[in-house]
Design a protein around this ligand. Structure first.
Ligand code: FAD
Length: 444
């Protein structure tokens, strides 16, 4: 008897999981698999990473759910291609199912695995599950990708209205008897993974309708713990179905729906313009002469710039792995514009710390804030961190929560004067962009 493997990656749930549903509909019993990928794990800077802990706990949850269905989750550890080779010695695999992942590393990994499986005559079925619309499903009239959010979101909504699969529910749980019957498999130990477990707490995956309804009024105030949904980590690892949340958002709150559309937008940008991973979307911005001062970068990282909103945000990030969106915009703008530090220094710092780190959204957010991305605010609009704080944390609840020494002599004065930093930024950006434009027009 043959079996199908369902390969979990960014979709750690049994319920409403498109690829899993398709696998369970197939002719063979399904064995679920997860691979702790050493290429990813070994690149993490700390041996105690909250995201690894999150994944581990979610896998344990899946193990339990599968045990109820008389099956188990096979959790492997290694380089994916090597793991796949070894799996063939253990199981009579006849087909492989998964959900698509659009990050450049994942695309390359999947290509290699697909080639390997192809050499054995095994089909590799990959499905859309991580986003509502992928790559060019929402495109301009001439078939090219949108690069501006507003028309994209309009076209997205038009398509969602017509496409009955957009928010479809895939009831994998109803097919539980199609899992491969097996006693549970052991999880790899923490020693094997080379990580420490750690006592982290994570945001709840259940969010009240009331909170989503109020989102438009509450989302901009970082002191409001429940002002946003905090679902980022669940969307990142697929412990929630994006279709289910988008369906709810459609009926509950258009502002919230728009945020989910931003997520699709950046995923679409990364898929169509993979160069953004390393370079500015607007190439002329790659000629800016960044100052890249190491000491300034250290002050930004440790939240000691003397700008309370920036410092509170960075301390929140360092302590919890989360930072409010409004504050992400301010700290990212501050790094690239006030300090003239290349956004590609800030981006990996966020990647290291954020629980909800997602390459496409992080890159999109950073390029937006630095002014070099799709749909970016013009570079001459520079956030004033003091004015932002007066507007969005006027009663100082957020800054006082994260900066206990605020208002005492122990808190440093601003590391750079706003007016001076603003003029310096305008000059550097203008010169860099002009130089870049000349380079690209071939006149230099
Ligand atoms: C510099 C910078 C870096 C960022 N890095 C990331 C990142 O690594 N991962 C990430 O998911 N988001 C990132 N964002 C977007 C946004 O800040 C977070 O999605 C949001 O703060 C997460 O909190 P929440 O779950 O409470 O979001 P909510 O406000 O409740 O929004 C719901 C969901 O919508 C999506 N969303 C909201 N805003 C955006 C946005 N601007 N772009 C894309 N998706 C959005 C997210 O999936 C989010 O969980 C970044 C923004 C900036 C400015």
């Amino acid at each position: 008897m043959g079996l199908s493997i369902f390969w979990f990656r960014r979709d750690l749930r049994l319920s409403d999981n498109r690829g899993l549903y398709e696998a369970l509909q197939g002719p063979n019993p399904v064995l679920p698999l997860f691979i702790f990928d050493t290429d990813i794990l070994n690149a993490l800077p700390s041996r105690q990473d909250a995201r690894v802990v999150f994944i581990y706990r979610e896998l344990e949850r899946l193990q339990k759910e599968l045990e109820v269905a008389g099956s188990g989750l096979y959790v492997a550890y290694g380089k994916p291609k090597e793991v796949w080779k070894a799996l063939f010695d253990t199981f009579p695999i006849t087909s492989v199912y998964t959900n698509r992942d659009y990050e450049p590393y994942a695309l390359q990994r999947d290509l290699e695995v697909m080639e390997f499986l192809g050499s054995k005559g095994i089909p590799f079925h990959a499905f859309k599950d991580h986003v509502i619309f992928e790559e060019l499903e929402v495109a301009k009239g001439d078939g090219s990708p949108y690069t501006v959010f507003t028309p994209y979101s309009k076209a997205w909504k038009e398509r969602a209205q017509k496409d009955i699969t957009a928010f479809a529910h895939y009831p994998s749980e109803s097919l539980a008897r199609r899992f491969f019957p097996t006693p549970p498999f052991p999880m790899p130990s923490w020693e094997t993974l080379g990580f420490q477990p750690g006592a982290f707490t994570f945001p709840d995956r259940v969010v009240s309708e009331k909170r989503i309804r109020a989102y438009g009024e509450t989302r901009d105030f970082p002191s409001m713990e429940e002002g946003t949904s905090r679902l980022g980590i669940h969307f990142r690892f697929g412990t929630l179905s994006i279709r289910e949340k988008a369906r709810k958002a459609w009926s509950l709150n258009d502002t919230y729906l728009n945020e989910l559309i931003w997520r699709d937008f950046y995923s679409m940008i990364l898929a169509n313009f993979p160069r953004v991973e390393k370079r500015a979307f607007r190439p002329e911005y790659d000629s800016i002469d960044w100052l890249n001062n190491e000491q300034d970068f250290e002050k930004w990282k440790t939240g000691t710039t003397g700008y309370p909103l920036v410092d509170a945000g960075m301390r929140q990030l360092n302590a919890t792995g989360y930072m409010h969106n409004r504050v992400r915009m301010v700290v990212a703008s501050f790094l690239s514009k006030h300090l003239l530090i290349d956004w590609r220094w800030g981006e990996p710092y966020f990647a290291e710390k954020l629980l909800d780190f997602d390459l496409a959204s992080n890159n999109g957010g950073w390029q937006w804030a630095a002014g070099c991305g799709t749909d970016a605010a013009p570079y001459f609009r520079i956030f004033n961190p003091t004015a932002q704080q007066a507007k969005f944390d006027s009663n100082e609840i957020y800054i006082r929560k994260w900066i206990p020494e605020f208002g005492t002599p122990a808190y440093p004065p601003p590391m750079v004067e706003h007016g001076f930093a603003r003029s310096r930024c305008l000059e550097a950006y203008k010169a860099g962009i002009e130089l870049g434009k000349k380079k690209f027009s071939g006149t230099r």
